[in-house]
Design a protein around this ligand. Sequence first.
Ligand SMILES: O=C[C@H](O)COP(=O)(O)O
Length: 290
Amino acid sequence: MSSSVPPSPHRRRLVGVSTKMYFSHARTTQFIASFIDGHLQHHTSTNPNLAASLASKIDIFIIPDFLSLTSAVEQSTRRQTTDGPKVLVGAQDCHWEDSGPFTGEVSPSVLAEVGCSIVEIGHAERRRFFGETDAITAKKAQAVARNGMIPLICVGEGEAGGSPGQVEEAQEEVVRQVESCLEGVDEMKEVWIAYEPVWAIGAKEPAGKEHVRAVVRAVRKSEVVRRREGKGGMTRILYGGSAGPGLFAQLKEEDGVDGLFLGRFAHEEGQFWKTICEVAEVDDSKGRAE
Ligand SMILES: O=C[C@H](O)COP(=O)(O)O
């Protein structure tokens, strides 16, 4: 089984949620069923225009814990309609080798085998609690792409970049991380970059819009991203860190952020759906909030 991201000539928007380690298996199953049946299908089955519009504009993804992954793939596949948007399923991490003596680790080739489309790597919590580095993240990104999935590479400056006056430091640190984490990744393959300032994760509020826009601009203009785009490897950029409904319109600018990577503020199905609709609606060239 393999569930790939539908090809797109342009950068479709992205909205996804990670349940991190917040949910029980039962809650994950209920969340997916309720999100797809009670919100996505409920609204799109009676409104073919909405179904077509979402399917052409946006990719939706859910990243549950490892043990819930196969049932999440089964749930999203079973509920899939031909004309509505797909709900892709991702993993929260993987090893950089496909097989071998790595007790307790999860193989990227097995993730692809069970229908996983995306693998999140280098998250700030993996870096902080498990000592992961850019070099490890790069090896994992190579492995994910090699196995036909999309690497969702998390980057973000630490405390030092937290105040508005330090945006240049944040830009430098994040671009350096992006360069290191993309080292050796096939330049013709798509990657997703989640910009998550460490100080905005698990916080009350997201980072300020000017700060996010400036850092995303720097990543978009970076040599590594431009080089990849020249070779056909699309790079989509998301913002994460206390994101939720109401944020995307503030962050969006032309050729800027492509979507949101949500945590706590989308752990209620209705909030996830609300954010998806908002992200799909925001004008292509500018945010509505200007
Ligand atoms: O994976 C998602 C991000 O780390 C954001 O989490 P959060 O919105 O709960 O701060």
